[in-house]
Structure formats: C-alpha cells, structure tokens
Design a binder for this molecule. Structure first.
Ligand code: SAH
Length: 346
C-alpha cells in the first residue's frame, strides 16, 4: 500500500525534538528516538523498547523508517562479501566487504547506476536512476559493520566510496552520510579512515575542500593525457585535466591531504613510457601517490590488462621520481565484486 508518511531519518535531531514538543511530549524523547534511529540502527519502531507503546504507535502513524534490506549476500573464495541491497522503492545497489589480515573495508555505493560514462566500467552501463539518500549510504556501512563483526570478529575499520555511482555527483548526501558515520551519535568512525573516490568533478572538489572535510580523496585518473583520457572517460572533454589539476591543487592547499590517483594500465591505451611520464608530471602538481589497480574485464576484450612489464615500467618511472606507488590485486573477482564490476548481475 502506498503511504505518504515521512521518512523519519530525513529529520535532524532538532526537528525530531521539536516534533515531540509539538505532540505535547518532552524534547528528550526526540533524543531517545534519534539514538534508536542512528546509533542503534533500528529497523522498526517496535524495536524502541524504552519508548511507550502509544508513542511507538504515534510514530508508526506519522513516519516510516526506509531501512535498506540486504537481499542477497555472496562470498568470494578470498573472503570478500558482496551485498545486493534493496532500497525502499525496490531499486538495488551493491556494496562490498573487503577483508585483509588486519582491516575490514566497506566499499559503498552513492547512486543507483551512474551518470558518468567510463567505457571500462560495468556500472556505467546502468542508467543512473537516482541518488542515494544519506540514510541509505549509512545503512550500507552498518550492514557491513555487522557482517564484519559476525564473520571476522572485528568492527569495520575503513570505508571507500568506490561502489556504484559518482559520489561527487551526489556530494550533498555523501557529506551528510559521512557526518553521521563519523559522529559519536552515529558510528563514531574517524574521517581519516574514509576515502571518497571520484572521476574528477573540478567544481565539486573545490566546493568540498572549502567545507573543511577530513576524509581522503582518490581520483580515478587512468591517463594524464587529455586525448587518451577523453577516449576512455568521455566526460573528460567537459572537465579537462587542466581544470582537474587546478581543483586538486586547491584541495591540497585547503585540506593538506595527499591525493591518491587510481590508475589502470591497459594494453595499447596507456602502456607507454610517454603515458607514464605524463602521470609523473601530473603527480607533481600536488602531493600524491598512485594506486595501480588491476583491470577487471567486463566485456568482449576491448580493454585488456597491460603486460606485467608495462606495470613495472610505471612502477619504476614513478619511484625514480620519488612518487609512492602501490600495485593492487583485485579482490572478489569470482563474484563480480571487484572494481568496475558492480552491475546488479544477480
Ligand atoms: N565513480 C567513482 C567511484 C567508482 S569506481 C570513481 O570513478 O572514482 C572505483 C574505481 O574502479 C575507479 O578508479 C574506477 O575507475 C575503477 N574501475 C572502473 N571499472 C574498472 C574495471 N573494469 N577494472 C578495474 N577498475 C575499474
């Protein structure tokens, strides 16, 4: 049945307190309910055991809790877990739990589908349906934190916004979600353990730099040569490298946070010394490091992982120039949970 009840988690704490005052109750009741909604992540009003039955019914009559539901959980042979997450309107996104010896990282989605058009990414083939709300982002994190406690006996330690969608095209809700995740009234996680990954939207990078944010920024660069980048990430023609560079310099001047560049080396696309030299040059504009990530094939072989020798060439070139570089192995490939593979296949 369709209802027009409001999403209670769209209210701020102050609004919730005011609501209770208007109902002739105490403002403090708002604090209690707020705690249930965020810190305790209640899925329904009946779970709020220190709230009277009548009040719970009153809340039920006025509001809904649009909690996400993990519809399906897949486990990779390497321990990676992929959640298919159903939203209140029936749409589905995916999030991934990536365990290492010492950490559990949550890779969360920020949009249903994606509005960008990176030619090597499976998510780009899904139409962008809508932005996720702050609580839908928060819930993905809570679900993975619970799974980490259950299967790995430890809480979640890190979060990367590298799931479906372009976080900076939904930055308002992403920032609100991060506020909740880092607040003591939410999960109380350190913003230093959060990385937002973007294809590079210069205007928004500057905007969030102005907001004095404390999380890390990763940029999916993949090429530091405009023509090449535009051919694999067509929106680069709207946001060329010169603008991106300027925004990143601004980001560093404001946040003093080193930038991470994500980079895949593909056969015949960017596996040349010239391309590596261009990357070195780009890295010098602002303090940065490079993560070379393995390509996860999504199609008929239009894109192919470059030879190991090309990756080594990149590594040597970067290191020779004093730039930190790490080469990352893919995780969760067997369940289509690796970078660029999230496409709601199941
Ligand atoms: N939209 C954001 C976050 C999503 S993707 C962004 O672009 O940064 C996370 C990373 O995976 C990005 O660096 C993206 O470029 C990369 N990626 C996309 N498709 C890939 C694939 N098939 N194989 C490996 N990495 C891929």
């Amino acid at each position: 049945m369709e209802t027009k009840k409001r999403d209670i988690r769209a209210l701020t704490k102050e609004q919730l307190r005011n609501f209770f005052v208007q109902q002739g109750d105490k403002a403090f009741r708002g604090n209690q309910v707020y705690e249930w909604l965020w810190q305790k992540s209640a899925h329904d009003f009946d779970a709020m055991t220190n709230i009277s039955k009548e009040t719970r019914q009153m809340l039920e009559d006025n509001f809904v809790i649009n909690h996400i539901r993990v519809d399906q959980m897949q486990r990779s042979s390497d321990g990676t877990i992929k959640n298919a997450v159903r939203l209140h309107d029936g749409l589905v996104v995916e999030s991934v739990l990536i365990p290492t010896e010492t950490r559990t990282t949550a890779c969360v989605s920020s949009q249903v589908g994606c509005s960008l058009d990176c030619r090597f990414c499976a998510t780009a083939r899904l139409k962008r349906m809508r932005n996720l709300n702050p609580d839908e982002i928060y819930d993905q994190v809570v679900a993975i934190d619970n799974e980490s406690r259950l299967y790995f006996d430890r809480p979640l330690s890190n979060i990367v916004f590298m799931g479906m969608g372009e976080p900076l095209m939904n930055y308002n809700n992403v920032l609100k979600a991060i506020d909740k995740i880092t607040s003591p009234e939410g999960l109380g996680m350190s913003p230093k353990r959060i990385v937002v990954s973007t294809s590079g939207v210069p205007k928004i990078i500057k905007k969030i730099a102005d907001e004095d944010v404390k999380f890390g920024l990763a940029v999916s660069l993949h090429s530091a040569i405009d023509e090449v980048r535009t051919s694999i990430m067509p929106f680069n023609s709207t946001f060329p490298l010169k603008d991106l560079r300027e925004a990143l310099e601004y980001w560093y001047s404001k946040t003093k946070n080193r930038i991470t560049y994500e980079y895949v080396v593909w056969k015949g696309i960017n596996d040349t010394q010239e391309a590596a030299d261009a990357l070195v040059k780009f890295c010098k504009f602002a303090p940065s490091k490079v993560n070379i990530i393995e390509y996860n094939p999504i199609d008929d072989g239009e894109f192919q992982q470059a030879h190991g020798s090309a990756v080594e060439m990149y590594q040597n070139t970067l290191e020779r120039n004093g730039i930190t570089v790490t080469v990352r192995r893919s995780r969760g490939k067997d369940i289509d949970a690796a970078c660029g593979q999230l496409a709601n296949k199941s």
